[in-house]
Design a protein around this ligand. Structure first.
Ligand SMILES: Nc1ncnc2c1ncn2[C@@H]1O[C@H](COP(=O)(O)OP(=O)(O)OP(=O)(O)O)[C@@H](O)[C@H]1O
Ligand SMILES: [Mg+2]
Length: 260
């Protein structure tokens, strides 16, 4: 059995926090995003507002091209708003320098994409340890914390596999472990199950739900799967540059047995 150092144990314990419920963790007001294209200006958001409380798991649905990925990029300081205010994890993300944005992402945001973006020449364990090493954690501790995370996503027996030697579902589990290894407050997931078959997608979604709860995360998940969206605490549709609650689908009529 692997021994965990006191430092690694304390890092694992820190991740088991309760969400901070005092203020909304995301507060977007009057957001505008304009791309300049060869055909002229493309106004993607027209005064978009969004408030997310700590601990929520919000699904974001909408047609292709609606701007779902762009919204996640703005929340994660990967892209800048054209106008409006965007507070994310107590940070005004519009005002960050490139260096501050990188530090903000490293500290506060776990990002998962449809494609795993694991580095092919490194093992699963090395891929998960990478954000800790980038943050200056020593190699021994980084390896122990990464091993704990691989255990948490059910892949301790795949730690020395390279991404090409893992299934699609396993690759996404490793990508989740890597996204969360620095104990961010927010998980931003852009179609994390989009490339997986239905059963594997369901299992990866269950893992996200479990990690969301056990690590006190606030999560935003882009998905085209309305069944998975319905399992989130709230589902929003992005359409015409604005967000609105996703209408619940009418339930099938209930007919008692004795009336059939
Ligand atoms: N850097 C850019 N320059 C110009 N236009 C862009 C840029 N990035 C995105 N767009 C345009 O903005 C629109 C929204 O793109 P985005 O990727 O956010 O959509 P999406 O809702 O995530 O779609 P999908 O479901 O297909 O992933 C698209 O029409 C896209 O062509
Ligand atoms: Mg997208």
């Amino acid at each position: 059995m692997t021994q965990t150092s006191p430092a690694a144990a304390s890092q694992a314990t820190r991740s088991l926090r309760e969400p901070d419920l005092r203020t909304p963790i995301i507060q977007v007001s009057d957001l505008q995003k304009t791309y300049q294209t060869a055909r002229g200006a493309l106004n993607l958001f027209q005064g978009l507002n969004l408030q997310v409380e700590a601990g929520e798991m919000v699904a974001l649905v909408g047609q292709s091209g609606a701007g779902k990925s762009t919204l996640l990029h703005i929340l994660g300081a990967l892209d800048a708003p054209s106008a409006g205010t965007v507070y994310c994890a107590s940070t005004n993300v519009a005002n960050l320098s490139t260096r501050q944005a990188a530090a903000f992402r490293n500290r506060e945001i776990g990002y998962v994409w449809q494609f795993h973006y694991l580095l092919p020449e490194f093992t699963a364990l090395e891929n998960v340890a990478m954000p800790l090493l980038a943050r200056g954690t020593n190699r021994r501790e980084a390896t122990q914390v990464a091993a704990n995370w691989l255990r948490e996503v059910g892949l301790d027996d795949r730690s020395d596999h390279r991404p090409g030697e893992l299934s699609g579902g396993e690759q996404q589990r490793v990508a989740l472990a890597r996204a969360l290894v620095n104990n961010p407050r927010l998980l931003l997931a852009d179609e994390p199950t989009g490339d997986l078959d239905e059963i594997t997608a369901g299992r990866v979604f269950e893992l996200i739900e479990r990690l969301h709860r056990s690590h006190g995360l606030t999560s935003i998940l882009v998905t085209h799967n309305l069944d998975l969206a319905a399992r989130c605490t709230r589902a929003l549709r992005l359409e015409g540059g604005r967000l609105s609650p996703l209408a619940a689908r009418p339930k099938a009529a209930f007919i008692p047995d004795d009336l059939e």
